[in-house]
Design a protein around this ligand. Structure first.
Ligand code: BG6
Length: 479
């Protein structure tokens, strides 16, 4: 069946940097149906040809050696532009007519991609419904919604309720681009396609888990959004909790959207709610020096750009095992990694008088050095019986012919195919807010724990290292 993707927010950054390059890459790899049409919608007045030209340069830039003029021209033939204002009902009626025209009146599945300002999501959905564009009697009608999905639990619930008035849950695809990353999907393979890890993947063998998403970049010109969000809403409610769910979940009976998400949601249900003194003892927050001087940041802002949380999953598998989640801007390098730190051998034979042995550790490098390393203790050759940490290293890039595809390729393709496994379900998003909201409230209260300043280019506030040291643990840093 023919397919049409309608992108709202067509002149935005995400469309030119991610969506069109991803769709072009899929086209080049022959992964799209022959009759896929793409319609960009935004308020700017473009002719089709002008719109195509405006996207050519960025697509070339972001697809690199994959790009060639001939295939771009073939791809661009099916790229259209329709001016439209989300607040104008008549623009949606015109869009409906335009879609029918380019689809030649044939049946076609449609994917609506909301890449607009989040404040417009509800209106866009309502207008799609009113214009009959959600009616799926002539082919599927699906909607992709970008993050942020709400700004707290109440707004996420309200947004879910508005969308459910127009689309069924199985038509809704809430993006978390971390789920589109190959290395994140590889965690499913590592855990559920092998039997060697499962017996030790629990409280009996795991001392703790560390999930780090560190970024070198600072907030740049995003103060308008960022200062209201802070790192907790920007990164933890979605990406970090997603990584935690996949690391902690039980194996689903089948790799199927609803079963996978059922298991993920159970993890969120098991996360122990913080209260009272927990906010001070189980969280660390920081702000990089210079944040207050960034363009658009209000004077005296208390917004955090670094956070570390200690969470517990109160269930049979994980009871008592801390999950340390940490993320920061202005860190010393960009890295996303999950560290499973296994317990030390119960009885140490080889006397570590001068150091704690750091082996017994599995590191999943999500980016940028995609791979998996198993750190273990091995004998130092020609020593009496000294050990040091050695590493078995799997390089995921070597396994990928032609480099790692961008997350959006996988997510767009899955949405076209109707596979929602890598998208967040309504209950998942709401539960995640339910974990983050109380922390956010405590951090904004008069009794908030201190906001530690830190130098850009280091590993966040030194107090975060002290916090770990006080728990006889240390952050595993790779840079
Ligand atoms: C986004 C956040 O969701 O993820 C950004 O809004 C962050 O603040 C980005 O920089 C990180 O994504 P990635 O794929 O570069 O790790």
């Amino acid at each position: 069946m023919a397919q049409t993707i309608v992108i709202f927010g067509a002149s935005g950054d995400l469309t030119s940097r991610k969506l069109i390059p991803a769709l072009y890459s899929l086209f080049k790899k022959d992964k799209l149906t022959e009759t896929l049409r793409i319609v960009g919608v935004s308020r700017s007045p473009f002719e089709h040809e002008e719109y195509r030209d405006s996207l050519r340069e960025t697509t070339e830039k972001f697809t690199g050696s994959l790009f060639d003029s001939e295939s771009w021209n073939a791809f661009a033939e099916n790229l259209y532009y329709e001016p439209g204002d989300i607040n104008e009902a008549k623009d949606f009626t015109e869009l409906a007519t335009f879609l029918k025209k380019i689809e030649n009146g044939d049946k076609a599945g449609r994917l609506y991609y909301l890449s607009t300002m989040p404040q417009l999501y509800e209106k866009a959905i309502e207008q799609l419904g009113n214009a009959g564009l959600a009616d799926d009697s002539d082919g599927f009608r699906r909607v992709i919604i970008e993050k942020p999905f709400g700004t707290d639990l109440a707004t996420a619930e309200a947004l879910n309720a508005s969308i459910h008035r127009v689309f069924r849950e199985d038509q809704i695809y809430r993006i978390d681009h971390y789920l589109g990353k190959e290395t994140v999907q590889n965690i499913f393979a590592l855990r559920f396609a092998n039997s060697i890890f499962e017996p030790i993947w629990n409280r009996n063998y795991v001392d703790h888990v560390q999930i780090t998403v560190a970024e070198e970049v600072v907030i740049g010109r995003r103060a308008g959004y960022y200062d209201k969000a802070g790192i907790l809403r920007d990164m933890f409610q979605n990406h970090l909790l997603q990584l935690m769910m996949i690391t902690a979940m039980e194996p689903p009976a089948r790799y199927d959207a609803s079963l996978v998400r059922d298991e993920k949601v159970k993890v969120l249900h098991s996360v122990r709610k913080m209260s009272g003194g927990d906010f001070a003892s189980n969280t660390v927050r920081g702000q990089y020096k210079g944040y207050l001087q960034e363009e658009g940041v209000p004077p005296g802002s208390q917004t955090e750009t670094y956070a570390a949380l200690k969470l517990y999953c109160d269930n049979w598998r994980w009871k008592g095992v801390p999950f340390y989640l940490r993320s920061g801007k202005g860190m010393s390098c960009r890295t996303t990694q999950i560290v499973i730190q296994f317990r030390q051998a119960p009885h140490i034979l080889f006397g570590h008088k001068t150091r704690t042995p750091v082996g017994n550790r599995l590191v999943i490098q999500v980016q940028p050095a995609e791979g998996i390393q198993l750190h273990f203790e091995a004998k130092v050759p020609e020593s009496e019986m000294k050990t040091r940490t050695s590493t078995l290293d799997f390089d995921f890039n070597q396994a990928a012919s032609g480099g790692m595809p961008d997350a959006y390729q996988r997510l767009l393709l899955d949405a076209l195919l109707g596979d929602a496994s890598l998208f967040a379900r309504s209950d998942e998003v709401e539960l995640a807010w339910g974990i983050v909201d109380p922390i956010d409230a405590a951090w904004r209260s008069p009794a908030a724990p201190p906001l530690f300043p830190y130098e850009v280019g280091l590993w966040g506030p030194p107090e975060s290292n002290d916090w770990m040291a006080a728990q006889r643990r240390e952050w595993f840093d790779v840079c």
